[in-house]
Design a protein around this ligand. Sequence first.
Ligand SMILES: C[S@@+](CC[C@H](N)C(=O)[O-])C[C@H]1O[C@@H](n2cnc3c(N)ncnc32)[C@H](O)[C@@H]1O
Length: 227
Amino acid sequence: MHCLVPLKGKNKPLHTADGSMSLYSMEYHEGYRAKSVGAYTESLHKFYHASCIGELLKKQDVRLLDICLGGGSNLSVTLDKIADIDTPYKLHIVTVERQASLFETIMDTPYLWPLRGYNILRELIVNANHKNVRLDIAIGDAREILSKLMWSFDVIYFDPFGKRKNPEMWTVEVFRQLHRLCSDKAKVVTYSSGKVIRQDFVAAGFKFTSTPKPEGAFQEGTVFSKE
Ligand SMILES: C[S@@+](CC[C@H](N)C(=O)[O-])C[C@H]1O[C@@H](n2cnc3c(N)ncnc32)[C@H](O)[C@@H]1O
């Protein structure tokens, strides 16, 4: 059967449970966001709300480390939500991603949602600044990039593919780098609630709680912190 939409690169559109679109990686054979949860819903609950980043931005400048950009859902949902927050404070985002082609994909894919959040992300990709938000992009292997970063972060979105497909990112060594990069009150949020993953974060010096979730909803994620 012929493809109606000519596919460019290694990703194809993924229609997810809440109606929002994400991407499916033909390299990793996995969706960038969980099809069964919904791309928008998962980013909203397991990353934006779980990290309390909106509340923090009302009180102080915030540095966000986004590991890994992927289809940009976590950042776009965050940018969409904070666009409604009236604050004098600044958000500085550093995003890390090994596939440089994803920036082009985000620029060229109009159906990604939320539209406003993605439009702000596109502007940040081109101009690095939008109102009170600055974006720095680091392309390469996150393990190497993290080991060289010297800033500290208030929020870390930790979002590689699952451990089976992306084992090099779910190691105690990587979690120790995250610990080094966290400010004292920082939160590291991830979609995973895996027992071994939680144990390995604890071995790296973290405590954890489960992500609050709407009743009857999807599997919980995890919030890690130093305190
Ligand atoms: C689950 S997707 C990220 C989804 C994304 N946060 C979103 O909101 O759409 C995982 C991403 O991790 C990237 N990745 C996997 N291993 C990596 C590594 N070692 N260094 C940097 N990026 C990596 C993949 O290229 C992929 O884009």
